[in-house]
Design a protein around this ligand. Structure first.
Ligand SMILES: *Cc1c(COP(=O)(O)O)cnc(C)c1O
Length: 374
C-alpha cells in the first residue's frame, strides 16, 4: 500500500543518530540544545522547547501560557483532536469557530464574535501546511488580552508575508511525527515570543524543576538542590531524537521543494477533472505542503476512498470535526456547530504526499482517482 505520508531517512540521518549512541549523552545533552536553537532560529529567532510529541508540545504551550479552569480557547474543529484536547485536559473550555469554506483554515470572521474577556487563547491550525490568517486573528486576541497559538504541526518551514512560521503567533507548536514535514520519530517543539512563557513551558516539560539558584525558595540546601514551584511532566525529547531532527532540518528546504513539485503535478492533473476540487493557496504565503487535501464532490468521498484503497493507494481523511469525537459530543457539543468544517470533512480525501514519492507514483495516484470517478 502506498502510504499518504512517510518519512525520508538518508544515510546522513542514520549516521547522526549512530554518533549519539556512541557518545556520552542520550538525553538532556548538547544535541537537545543545538536542536532547540536551530528550531528557534528557523521559527523567527524565538526560544524553542523540544518535547516528546506534537501533542505534548501543545500541552506544554498551553501550560506555559497558564491556561486553566475558567479560561476559554477559541479554535478550529478542522484539526487533529490534540489541538483542543490538551487545552481541555488543563480544565479550559473549548469554543469552536468555523473555518473558511475554501482553505479550511480558522475564519477570523467566525472567531470575532466568540472572543470575550474569558478567552485566553485563539488557537489556529496551519491545515495542510497553509498558514492561517494570523494578521487578522492577532488583533482579535489582543483586544481582550488573549494570546494567539499556531498549531504548526503541518507547516514548519513555511512563510507568510515573508515571515517564518513560528513568528506569526505568540506561541507556535510543531510535531515531528514520521508523516510530518520533518521527523524525530516521535517529537515536537513549542516556540514562544515571550521569554517568560518559554521559561514556564520549559519548566513544565521538565517535571516543574527550577534549577536557577537565584530563584530558589530554599536557598541553603546545598549544591545538589533543585525545587518545584509548579507541577510539571517529563516531556523531554532525547539527544537521539534531536540528532535526527538536526539532520532532517538540513533537508527541510529540499523536502519543501519536492512537496511543492508534487502538489503542482496533482493540481495540473486535476485541473480539468470533473467531480473534484483542488486545494487553494492565498497570495503571499509560501507553504510547506504537508497534506494534499483533494475534495471529492457529489457525496462520493467514501466510494472513492474505498476504491483507491482497493487499488493499493493509502488515502486518508483529515479530519473528523473535533467536536464529533464522542468525548466532546458527550460534553454537549452539537453537530451543525461549524457547517463549513462539516462540509469540508464530507469531501476531504488526502492523497499521498511525501518527499520520496516519485513522479510515476503521483501519476499512478492520479489515474486511480480518475478511474474511481468513472
Ligand atoms: C500530528 C498533529 C498533532 C499531534 O502531533 P503528535 O506528534 O502526533 O502528537 C497536533 N496537531 C495537528 C494539527 C497534527 O497534525
Amino acid at each position: 500500500m502506498l502510504p499518504y505520508g512517510r518519512q525520508s531517512i538518508s544515510a546522513e540521518d542514520i549516521e547522526a543518530v549512530a554518533e549519539i549512541l556512541r557518545g556520552d549523552w542520550l538525553t538532556t545533552g548538547p544535541a537537545v540544545t543545538a536542536f532547540e536553537a536551530a528550531v528557534g532560529d528557523l521559527a523567527g529567532g524565538h526560544r524553542a522547547v523540544s518535547t516528546t510529541s506534537g501533542t505534548s508540545a501543545l500541552h506544554t504551550a498551553y501550560a506555559g501560557i497558564g491556561l486553566g479552569p475558567g479560561d476559554e480557547v477559541v479554535t478550529t474543529p478542522m484539526t487533529f483532536v490534540a489541538t483542543a484536547s490538551t487545552a481541555s485536559i488543563l480544565g479550559a473550555t473549548i469554543v469552536f469557530a468555523d473555518v473558511e469554506e475554501d482553505t479550511a483554515l480558522l475564519d477570523p470572521a467566525a472567531v470575532e464574535p466568540l472572543v470575550t474577556e474569558r478567552t485566553k487563547v485563539v488557537a489556529a491550525v496551519d491545515y495542510a501546511g497553509h498558514p492561517a490568517d494570523y494578521s487578522a486573528l492577532q488583533p482579535l486576541a489582543d483586544r481582550v488580552g488573549a494570546l494567539t497559538l499556531a498549531d504548526a504541526a503541518h507547516s514548519i518551514g513555511g512563510t507568510s508575508a515573508g515571515r517564518p512560521i513560528g513568528d506569526l503567533a505568540d506561541a507556535t507548536t510543531f510535531s515531528f511525527f514520521p508523516t510530518k514535514n520533518l521527523t524525530t520519530g516521535e517529537g515536537g517543539a513549542a516556540v514562544f515570543k515571550d521569554d517568560a512563557l518559554a521559561r514556564r513551558a520549559h519548566e513544565f516539560h521538565f517535571i516543574g524543576l527550577v534549577r536557577d539558584p537565584a530563584r530558589f525558595r530554599l536557598p541553603d540546601e546545598g549544591p545538589w538542590h533543585q525545587e518545584v514551584h509548579e507541577l510539571g511532566l517529563n516531556y523531554r525529547l532525547t539527544d537521539i531524537a534531536c540528532a535526527l531532527g538536526l539532520a532532517q532540518l538540513r533537508r527541510l528546504e529540499e523536502f519543501k521543494r519536492r512537496r511543492a513539485e508534487i502538489v503542482a503535478r496533482y493540481n495540473a492533473a486535476f485541473a480539468e477533472v470533473a467531480g473534484v476540487r483542488t486545494p487553494v493557496q492565498r497570495a503571499g504565503v509560501d507553504p510547506v505542503w504537508h497534506l494534499y487535501p483533494l475534495r471529492v464532490l457529489e457525496g462520493r468521498r467514501r466510494e472513492i476512498f474505498e476504491k483507491m484503497r482497493a487499488d493499493g493507494i493509502g488515502v486518508q481523511v483529515n479530519y473528523i470535526p473535533v467536536y464529533w469525537h464522542p468525548v466532546y459530543a458527550d460534553a454537549g457539543y452539537r453537530r451543525g456547530l461549524c457547517p463549513n468544517a462539516e462540509a469540508f470533512y464530507a469531501e476531504e480525501l488526502s492523497l499521498p504526499l511525501f518527499p520520496d514519492l516519485t513522479d510515476s507514483q503521483v501519476d499512478q495516484v492520479v489515474e486511480s482517482v480518475v478511474r474511481a470517478l468513472r
